[in-house]
Design a protein. Structure first.
Length: 131
């Protein structure tokens, strides 16, 4: 029986291809994704009551330079997270919420594609201060 589902999505934060990875001064790829994710996540929660938090990390994505990959890889950020069986009883609804948020973030960041990966979580422990 599946207890939870985990996801990972990596976003480019500079629109287009064949760019120089230029980020606005004083910001990081993680800052950009965190702001976009939190905005989309709030909108999703307001409409579905499903909260989709995540851990955001800096990343680089490498692909064929002939397709426009910048030297050293494209500056990206990755968000990972998982449903919490304590609160997310409907895994399919949670997954749909993740996808809606990813679509909104992708549009906000002016990206043409995003890959979203889901994994089943067979064992999940939610520790609280009482444990």
């Amino acid at each position: 029986m599946i207890k939870a589902i985990a996801f990972a999505a990596t976003f480019g934060v500079v629109p287009g291809y064949a760019h120089d990875n230029g980020l606005p001064e004083g910001t990081t790829a993680a800052d950009i994704l965190a702001n976009a994710w939190m905005s989309a996540m709030k909108e999703e929660f307001d409409s579905s009551s499903i909260g989709v938090g995540g851990v955001i990390t800096e990343s680089r994505t490498a692909y064929n330079p002939e397709w426009g990959c910048p030297a050293g890889g494209e500056v990206t950020a990755t968000v990972t997270g998982e449903s919490n069986p304590e609160f997310d009883k409907d895994i399919e609804a949670y997954k749909a919420s993740v996808l809606r948020i990813c679509k909104a973030v992708n549009a906000e960041l002016k990206q043409t594609t995003v890959r979203v990966v889901f994994h089943e979580v067979a064992d999940y422990v939610y520790l609280t201060e009482e444990d």
